[in-house]
Design a protein around this ligand. Structure first.
Ligand SMILES: [Fe+2]
Ligand SMILES: [Fe+2]
Length: 411
């Protein structure tokens, strides 16, 4: 039987020891902070058999403690925030690093009834212990309330909760560091992508945001796992990183490109491939495929290699649809904004030509969500094209139906 099951009955010392050993093993190999905190809260609730368990973590940016995980009546979707320098129980435990054990919480002036009032819960007994790292720094607070048998928390309960806090402290710190590294990696990628796009697009951020959301939805609709879809989402902003290698007179040229200039423009795919080649991280490996192949076409008429069909990596086939759709829907100095319905029709028309038919079928399924993304764009957008009477502007899109990304101006 799993040591985490059968709450509500007295356990022998040996059973408790086994539970602690199993708990230590489980948390030591869990790097995902959310999952780790869930395991911890589950373990506390089970071992102490309580009606409510809340894990607070310190937020050094806002100088608050906030409940990352709360288990118990009414708390499932409630985020609680308390000031680190406040006078309530949780703040005092975090500041002093000392345990507070109350047989009747409502009799203690430091106890706030606010959470009880909004969650329709009545706290009777309450125990709060500090969560510390190896160097004794407080990372947060574990709080439990109302033992199932109605008795107040005793020294034995305090010992168990402190022991759980000690076991969990370093695991939480490692998971937080891991999460910080992951977030800073994504931030770096994103800012690098903004740098690459910034020279020739004013609305870089919305373009990158839109294509990452559409790519993510499309990947899921294609049956990829959430993890694979997230990789695609996080890598997609880097698809045009190779543009950093293009000279201003090509990238920023207001008029038509000559055939020679267009050949140079096409080389941004090769440069992107070189910049990202040999990357170790999965997200940069995905970005490498996208940057190198995002102008390939299903029918083999794209560039730089003229790959055909499934020779083109799936990541690039997905990104291409997102990139083209967004480019069509927004205003550019050299083209009007297309209504989403027309951009959608264009994607459908290009099925089997520019785009993978399977990806287009998936795009059909996500289109209702995609349309909502663009709901804020309206006829107020500069140059919004109300009727499909003309091909995109004066412009570089010749012939209009063979272009993919309008920022690559055809001669
Ligand atoms: Fe491109
Ligand atoms: Fe793009």
């Amino acid at each position: 039987m799993n040591a985490f099951s059968s709450p509500g009955r007295k356990r022998s010392a040996e059973e408790k020891l086994n539970m602690l050993v199993e708990f230590g093993a489980r948390i030591s190999c869990e790097l995902r902070l959310d999952k780790l905190l869930d395991i911890i809260a589950q373990q506390i609730s089970t071992m102490l058999d309580v009606g409510r368990c809340t894990v607070y973590l310190t937020d050094n940016n806002t100088h608050e403690l906030w409940s990352k995980i709360a288990r118990g009546k009414g708390l499932e979707h409630t985020e609680i925030r308390v000031p680190l320098h406040g006078s309530g129980i949780i703040s005092v435990v975090a500041r002093t690093g000392k345990t507070i054990n109350l047989a009747n919480a409502y009799e203690d002036p430091r106890f706030s009834m606010d959470v009880d009032m909004v969650t329709d819960f009545r706290t009777r007994s309450m125990l709060a212990v500090p969560l510390k790292n190896n160097s004794g720094q407080v990372l947060g607070v574990f709080q439990v309330a109302n033992k199932a048998d109605g008795s107040p928390f005793d020294k034995h309960d305090e010992g168990i909760l402190l022991l759980l806090a000690t076991l969990a402290g370093s695991a939480i710190e490692i998971a937080k560091l891991y999460q910080d590294i992951h977030v800073s990696q994504l931030e770096t990628i994103y800012r690098l992508a903004v740098t690459a796009e910034y020279r020739d697009q004013q609305d870089t951020r919305s373009h990158l945001k839109n294509i990452s959301i559409i790519s993510y939805l499309l990947a899921l609709a294609m049956g990829l796992s959430k993890k694979e879809a997230e990789l695609i989402k996080n890598a997609s902003p880097l698809h045009d990183i190779g543009k950093v290698a293009l000279a201003d007179n090509i990238l920023l040229k207001p008029g038509k490109l000559t055939p020679e200039e267009f050949e140079i423009m096409k080389s941004h795919t090769i440069y992107g491939g070189r910049i990202l080649e040999g990357a170790h991280s999965k997200v940069l490996q995905t970005a490498h495929k996208m940057s190198l192949y995002h102008h390939e076409k299903w029918n083999g008429k794209g560039y730089p290699k003229g790959l055909k069909g499934e020779e083109i990596p799936l990541e690039a086939r997905i990104l291409t649809i997102a990139d083209v759709f967004d480019a069509l829907c927004v205003f550019r100095v050299y083209k009007k904004a297309w209504p989403t319905s027309e951009a959608y029709a264009y994607i459908l028309e290009e099925s089997g030509k520019s785009f993978d038919p399977r990806c287009v079928e998936a795009f059909k399924r996500i289109y209702p969500s995609v349309r909502k993304l663009y709901a804020h764009l309206s006829v107020n957008q500069p140059g919004y094209k109300e009727e499909k009477s003309e091909a995109p502007s004066q412009t570089q899109l010749v012939p209009p139906k063979t272009i993919t990304t309008p920022h690559h101006k055809l001669p």
